[in-house]
Design a protein around this ligand. Structure first.
Ligand SMILES: Cc1cc2nc3c(=O)[nH]c(=O)nc-3n(C[C@H](O)[C@H](O)[C@H](O)COP(=O)(O)OP(=O)(O)OC[C@H]3O[C@@H](n4cnc5c(N)ncnc54)[C@H](O)[C@@H]3O)c2cc1C
Length: 443
């Protein structure tokens, strides 16, 4: 059948989900379970590469509720905590999730995303969603007054499909499909960084139970992640200030190796290692849309916002937005009287997830924060509180809130005590953000 003829076919569903990453596949599985007809439209074909391999303890209950806990366990590397390595200190600091306020979730997993995302996608299909790969959503037209939407989909075999949906979930990740169409996407004015990354074999890992921990190495231009995967590969990436990324004059593979050489403690761990994937670079990825939802649609996961990878929060926030989003869709489609409340809750939690992590993210290269992370104190249970947040415990009752506030107060007091150092750090950050603003304005 020629594409023009295929385009004439109009297929119906209750919910169309744009993107089969963690947010989209989670939402599709949950909605299909509730009896909705769901079209899960993914432009790529699984298994496909994706960056973002380190998960949080707060992911684990979500896996249980989705019924994929065993499959994730089978591909995952246990991560009991994080190691911080600093060139300005002659020791390393280790934080373990078992020391968090809530001791019931002492570990998380590191996963190869191609495997992990495929598990979630196939799970959606198993639970009844029509999960289609090689299907890129090209256009969405909202029909107004509760009329749902029509979507134009291009298949990678050259065909076209049209779908009519009562509700649309945008889970297109950093493509921000609806955010772009509505011109609702804004660069984050408070943050700016870029990343270069690749996979390595034979990296020197920690021993015993610490093998699966994530290591964070600070260096002059930002920080590195070192994420050991279960199959022996290790994901290594540098998150750097924009000025450093702009200095790149070499191909990205060489630039990554040169950057690693600037961090001798990491370079030592990679002395016998071999790079087994092409390096990739991602610039200025910090953004948010000016809305979380609108008539007939929600923005899930990265399709709404992404700030920075440092605390491994992206996948957990994406999946959580799907869990909360499904409640809102259900209310809109079956219990309209409850829809305003459900949408307000979705909005509140989407914004809360991002803002809870952002205070720490914005300060991760600040020398005062580095001092606090290199010598964490549990006075007034501050360490337990920070660990709970970093484990992803951001949506519950948060019994640790007061201790977390105290930690922030200590940060500000210490910053004041080292005023000149703090001013230098603040200026550096401000200049970097301003530089990137100027570059964007000129672009
Ligand atoms: C450098 C870097 C490092 C990171 N490290 C971590 C980490 O260690 N831990 C962590 O938790 N998070 C990390 N993240 C963030 C994490 O990758 C994301 O937050 C997470 O993948 C978001 O899930 P999602 O489902 O919203 O989007 P995605 O996982 O990006 O999924 C979106 C899907 O939509 C598909 N799609 C896009 N457009 C269309 C379209 N028009 N039609 C059909 N399909 C479409 C894409 O192919 C993709 O499969 C990192 C991010 C970056 C940039």
């Amino acid at each position: 059948m020629p594409p023009e003829a295929a385009a004439a076919v109009l297929r119906d569903c209750d919910v169309a989900v744009i993107g089969g990453g963690p947010a989209g596949s989670t939402a599709a599985a949950l909605l299909a379970e509730r009896g909705y007809s769901v079209a899960l439209l993914e432009k790529a074909r699984h298994p496909r590469f994706h960056i973002g391999e380190s998960l949080l303890p707060a992911n684990l209950p979500l896996f249980e509720r989705l019924g994929v806990a065993g499959q994730v366990r089978a591909i995952g590397m246990r991560k009991w905590g994080a190691e911080f390595v600093s060139p300005w200190h002659d020791w390393t600091s280790r934080l373990q999730f078992a020391e968090a306020w809530d001791k019931s979730q002492p570990f998380a997993y590191q996963v190869r995303r191609s495997e992990f995302d495929e598990i979630l996608f196939r799970n959606a299909a198993r639970r009844g969603a029509l999960a289609m790969e090689g299907c890129r959503v090209r256009e969405v037209e909202f029909l107004g007054a509760g009329g749902g939407a029509q979507l134009l989909v291009h298949r990678d075999d050259g065909g076209e499909e049209r779908w009519r949906a009562r509700f649309v979930l945008d889970a297109s990740g950093r493509d921000t499909f609806l955010g772009n169409r509505f011109k609702a996407k804004r660069r984050n004015p408070k943050h700016n960084s870029a990343a270069i990354y690749a996979h390595f074999r034979r990296a020197q890992r920690n021993e015993g139970s610490r093998e699966g921990d994530i290591s964070i190495f600070w260096f002059a231009h930002g920080w590195f992640w070192f994420i050991p995967l279960a199959d022996g590969a290790t994901s290594v990436g540098a998150v750097v200030w924009p000025y450093y990324m702009k200095s790149r004059a070499k191909p990205v593979n060489e630039f990554l190796m040169d950057t690693i050489a600037l961090c001798p403690l990491l370079a030592g761990r990679l002395a016998d290692a071999e790079r087994v994937s092409e390096a990739e670079a991602t610039g200025n990825y910090s953004y948010a849309c000016d809305r979380t939802h609108g008539p007939g649609y929600l923005l899930l996961g990265d399709a709404y916002t992404f700030i920075d990878p440092v605390f491994s929060s992206g996948v957990m926030l994406a999946m959580n937005s799907a869990f909360v989003g499904v409640e809102a869709v259900d209310a809109c489609l079956r219990r309209p009287a409850q829809a305003p409340r459900a949408l307000a809750r979705f909005d509140r939690l989407a914004r809360r997830g991002a803002s809870e992590f952002s205070w720490f993210i914005y300060r991760v290269t600040n020398p005062t924060m580095q001092t606090l992370f290199m010598a964490p104190s549990n006075r007034l249970r501050m360490k337990e509180a920070v660990l709970s947040l970093l484990a992803g415990d951001v949506f519950g009752k948060r019994p640790f809130a007061v201790s977390l506030l105290l930690f922030k107060a200590v940060f500000y007091l210490m910053s004041f005590a080292h005023l000149m150092r703090s001013i230098r750090a603040w200026r550096r950050r401000r200049d970097n953000i301003r530089d990137a603003d100027a570059a964007n304005a000129g672009a």
